[in-house]
Design a protein around this ligand. Structure first.
Ligand SMILES: Nc1ncnc2c1ncn2[C@@H]1O[C@H](COP(=O)(O)OP(=O)(O)OP(=O)(O)O)[C@@H](O)[C@H]1O
Ligand SMILES: [Mg+2]
Length: 248
């Protein structure tokens, strides 16, 4: 069967969400992630980026208003379907690391999906090697530095080879060399991706299109670099020109 180009992998329709304490975090989000696309999700603190990503990864049940479609089919209450397809690296790596050592942590998802332990450990080590972090394999995850935790959390998701990768602030807390390495890995990764970040220079390096979130909505979307060169649009949405476009 011939597939149309730029088929939508994920469609989000009028997604609304209020946290149990009443805070309205998503106020009618609409967008699509297209086949082969690396999409940046940018916006000021509290604009709803993490809430949106946790919905996409099936970590929060849909609250009744709105829908998420995977390859054109509504997920409804089948969060497991989202979890299988979308691998999310959380904003706080401590939400993701809990095994007694790094190798077991990176292998955890594979083992829980039924892969034989020694094979899962081999795959986990290979992924740590691509991230220049095999030396962390026997370390206790909770004793790692912030940047090391982020690299290990990334390894855990990459080991699972999800169809779609969602990343929440993957460069935050990384030193310049580790940040560049993560950028190179994300550029080389042949997967559709949605990347929430305040690091607009990283978004420009990795992504081809961006969504700007403001108060739980998509306030603007467009191709890169154009969208992130529009200073007035960025200012209206609580953002600033990325360093590479800023005269200062
Ligand atoms: N667990 C929670 N309980 C209640 N309200 C929450 C919770 N998590 C987030 N919120 C609220 O939901 C809104 C969206 O938060 P969210 O974390 O999605 O924003 P964000 O764009 O990821 O911000 P940041 O750039 O700081 O990571 C904010 O108003 C926030 O205060
Ligand atoms: Mg966030």
């Amino acid at each position: 069967m011939n597939r149309p180009l730029n088929r939508a992998l994920i469609q989000v329709k009028n997604l609304c969400y209020r946290y149990p304490d009443g805070a309205a975090a998503l106020n009618g989000v609409d967008f699509s992630l297209l086949e082969g696309e690396k999409l940046a999700l940018v916006g000021a603190n509290g604009s709803g980026k993490s809430t949106l990503l946790t919905h996409l990864a099936g970590c929060i049940p849909l609250g009744g208003t709105g829908d998420i479609l995977l390859s054109g089919r509504s997920v409804g209450s089948d969060l497991e379907r989202l979890r299988r397809v979308v691998g999310l690296i959380f904003q706080d790596p401590d939400d993701q690391l809990f095994m007694p050592n790094v190798l077991e942590d990176v292998a955890f998802g594979l083992v829980s999906r039924g892969m034989e332990v020694s094979q899962a450990h081999r795959r986990a080590l290979a992924v740590l090697e691509t991230l220049s972090a095999p030396h962390l394999a026997s370390r206790l995850p909770h004793r790692l530095s912030g940047g090391e935790k982020r690299v290990v959390a990334l390894a855990g998701i990459l080991a699972m080879q999800p169809e779609i990768v969602a990343l929440d602030e993957p460069s935050s807390g990384l030193d310049p060399r580790a940040r560049r390495r993560v950028i190179e890995i994300l550029k080389a990764l042949d997967r559709p991706m949605i990347l929430a970040t305040h690091d607009l220079d990283m978004a420009l390096d990795v992504c081809t299109r961006a969504l700007v979130m403001n108060q739980g909505k998509i306030a603007a979307e467009g191709e890169l670099p154009g969208l992130l060169q529009n200073e007035s649009l960025l200012l209206e949405n609580g953002l600033e020109l990325p360093p590479r476009f800023s005269a200062h």
